[in-house]
Design a protein around this ligand. Structure first.
Ligand code: ZN
Length: 492
C-alpha cells in the first residue's frame, strides 16, 4: 500500500502588517522527501498517521513529499505559495502511483494571489491522483472550510479540542483512511457554512458554548453510521471571500444522515451566536490593578491583541506600559519581541543600568514604544530546548531586564517559547515566585497551569484583538454575524 504524505500549515492573519515567506517556515523545519521523517518522525498529525500506519497488517509504504509548518503569521507571499504548491505537485507526480494521500493542512491559510490556499492545493492533488483515490486531511478546527476543499477531499477531519491535540487528529483521520482502504468504508460528506465570525474569548472547548457545540459533535459520532463530525469555528482574523464558520459531517454512505446532522450542528451554533460573541475583556489599567492585589499563585494576563500564536508580532507595549506606570508591587513576568532593544541590552551587559524605548518595533498602529529604566539581570546568547509539547524549540538570544518588580524578557523572534515557562527558566527565574505573567496568546495558557490561580483577558488592541468590528473587512462575504442584521437564517 503506497500512501503519499505531506504537511503545509500556516494560519494567516489578514490584518497583519507582515508578509509570510519561506523564512517563516524555516525555523520550524521546512523539509522535503525522506528528510521529513528523519527530522520530524512523530510530531503533529503526520506523527499520528504514522502510528496508525505502523499498526496495519498490510505493510504501508509512506511517501513523504513536503513538510512546511509556519505557525501563524501574515498573508503568504505569492512566490512562497507558488513554490510550496509546485513542490507538492511535482513530488506527488514523481511518487505516483499511490493508493491514497494523507495531508495535514491548516485550512486558514491565504496568500497574496490565493484566498483559499488549501482549496487550491487539494484541487492540484485531486487532479494528479484522479477521482477515486482517497484524500484524507487533518485540519485545524480554526479553518475556513471552502467549497473547493470539500469537493476535492474525501474527508476533512478537524481538531477536537482547543488547545489542540494535532497528533490525535492525525490518528483519527488516519483511522478513517485505513477503514476506506481496508474495509471498503464509503465516506459521504455533507457540510454547511454558518454566516458567523466571533472573537477568541469563547474559543476554549473546555467551557461555555464552544464546549456545548463540540460535545454535540462527539455525541453525534456515537450514532450508527456516523464517521466524524467536525465543527469549524473559523479563526476570526481571516478576511477572505468564503470566510465564516462551517461544519463538515462524514457518514458511512448515508447522505441524508450527513445532511441532517450538518444542519443540526449549524442550527446549534447559530442559536448560540450571542453567547459566542460574549466578551470577558478587562481594560489594561484595571487588569494590572486587579493583578497587583494577588498574594499567592499566578495571575495570567492574556495579551489578547498581541497573540503570537494567532500571528501577531509580539511587540505590544499595552500591558507593559501599565505595569511600569502603576509600578506594580508584585513580581510579574513579561515577554517582548524587540531585536533592537535586545541588541542594546546585550551590549550593555549583565549588572548594568539599562534605559531604552522598547516595543512597537513591528506594529506601531495600535501602540507606541515605552521607556523603561532598569538593570540587565541575565543574558543568553541563544539556546535550543527540547519541549515535550512541541519538539525542538529555538529561543534565540534573550536578555532579562529588571524594571522594579517587572521581569522583562527581550527576545528577537516569534519563538514558540514566548508563552512557555522555559523562557524564564533559561534565564534563571523561578516561575513559582512570580505573581503575574503576561502571555501573548488568548487560548494556550496550559504551560502555566501548575501555578495559575486566575486568568484575566486583557482588552489590548492589535491585529488579534477581540473587537472584530474595529477592523476594515474587505473580502468576507456579507451579510455576516455580528456585522450585519440577519433575519431568520436557516441552514440549506
Ligand atoms: Zn487552531
Amino acid at each position: 500500500m503506497r500512501i503519499a504524505v505531506a504537511e503545509i500549515v500556516q494560519e494567516t492573519g489578514s490584518f497583519s502588517p507582515m508578509a509570510a515567506d519561506l523564512k517563516d517556515f524555516e525555523p520550524y523545519g521546512l523539509f522535503f522527501g525522506d528528510e521529513i521523517f528523519e527530522r520530524v518522525p512523530d510530531a503533529g498529525p503526520i506523527g499520528g498517521f504514522r502510528e496508525i500506519a505502523a499498526q496495519q497488517k498490510t505493510p504501508v509504504i509512506q511517501l513523504p513529499l513536503v513538510r512546511a509548518w509556519g505557525g501563524a503569521g501574515g498573508t503568504i507571499t505569492s512566490a512562497t505559495f507558488d513554490f510550496l504548491s509546485r513542490e507538492l505537485s511535482e513530488r506527488l507526480r514523481a511518487a505516483m502511483p499511490v493508493d491514497a494521500v494523507f495531508l495535514s493542512l491548516h485550512g486558514a491559510a491565504a496568500s497574496e494571489n490565493e484566498d483559499d490556499v488549501e482549496g487550491s492545493l487539494l484541487e492540484d492533488v485531486r487532479r494528479i491522483v484522479g477521482p477515486t483515490t482517497p484524500i484524507v486531511v487533518a485540519v485545524d478546527h480554526h479553518a475556513n472550510i471552502t467549497r473547493r476543499m470539500v469537493e476535492n477531499a474525501n474527508a476533512l477531519i478537524g481538531h477536537e479540542t482547543q488547545p489542540h491535540d494535532p497528533k490525535e487528529t492525525g490518528r483519527k483521520a488516519a483511522g478513517i483512511l485505513f477503514r476506506m482502504l481496508n474495509d471498503g468504508l464509503r465516506v459521504t460528506v455533507a457540510w454547511q457554512k454558518i454566516p458567523m465570525i466571533t472573537p477568541q474569548d469563547q474559543f476554549l472547548t473546555s467551557q461555555g458554548p464552544m464546549k456545548e457545540w463540540f460535545d454535540l459533535a462527539r455525541s453525534m459520532e456515537r450514532r450508527a453510521r456516523v464517521v466524524d463530525v467536525s465543527p469549524y469555528p473559523m479563526q476570526p482574523w481571516l478576511d477572505v471571500r468564503e470566510g465564516g464558520w462551517a461544519v463538515v459531517v462524514h457518514t458511512d454512505n448515508d447522505l441524508p444522515l450527513a445532511q441532517s446532522l450538518a444542519a443540526e450542528m449549524a442550527r446549534a451554533a447559530w442559536s448560540r451566536r450571542a453567547e459566542f460573541w460574549r466578551s470577558e475583556r478587562v481594560a489594561a489599567a484595571d487588569a494590572v490593578r486587579q493583578a497587583a492585589t494577588v498574594d499567592s499563585g499566578l495571575v495570567i494576563l492574556s495579551d489578547t491583541g498581541d497573540s503570537v500564536y494567532g500571528g501577531a508580532p509580539g511587540d505590544s507595549t499595552v500591558i507593559l506600559s501599565e505595569l511600569v506606570r502603576q509600578n506594580v508591587p508584585t513580581l510579574t513576568l513579561v515577554p517582548l519581541i524587540d531585536p533592537h532593544a535586545l541588541e542594546a541590552a546585550l551590549k550593555t551587559g549583565v549588572g548594568s543600568r539599562f534605559e531604552a524605548e522598547v516595543g512597537a518595533r513591528i506594529d506601531a498602529r495600535y501602540y507606541k514604544p515605552v521607556r523603561i529604566v532598569g538593570r540587565v539581570a541575565a543574558v543568553s546568547q541563544g539556546v535550543t530546548v527540547e519541549l515535550p509539547e512541541r519538539g525542538v524549540c529555538d529561543i534565540g538570544r534573550a536578555a532579562l531586564i529588571e524594571v522594579g518588580q517587572v521581569r522583562l524578557v527581550l527576545i528577537e523572534d516569534r519563538t514558540f517559547a514566548i508563552n512557555h515557562p522555559v523562557l524564564y527558566w533559561h534565564l534563571g527565574l523561578d516561575v513559582a515566585a512570580a505573581r503575574g505573567v503576561v502571555v501573548k496568546t488568548a487560548s494556550n495558557f496550559q504551560f502555566f497551569a501548575p501555578w495559575r490561580t486566575r486568568l484575566i483577558r486583557v482588552d489590548s488592541p492589535g491585529m488579534t484583538q477581540s473587537d472584530l468590528t474595529a477592523f476594515t473587512w474587505k473580502r468576507t462575504p456579507r451579510p455576516i454575524y455580528p456585522f450585519d442584521p440577519i433575519e431568520n437564517w436557516k441552514p440549506e
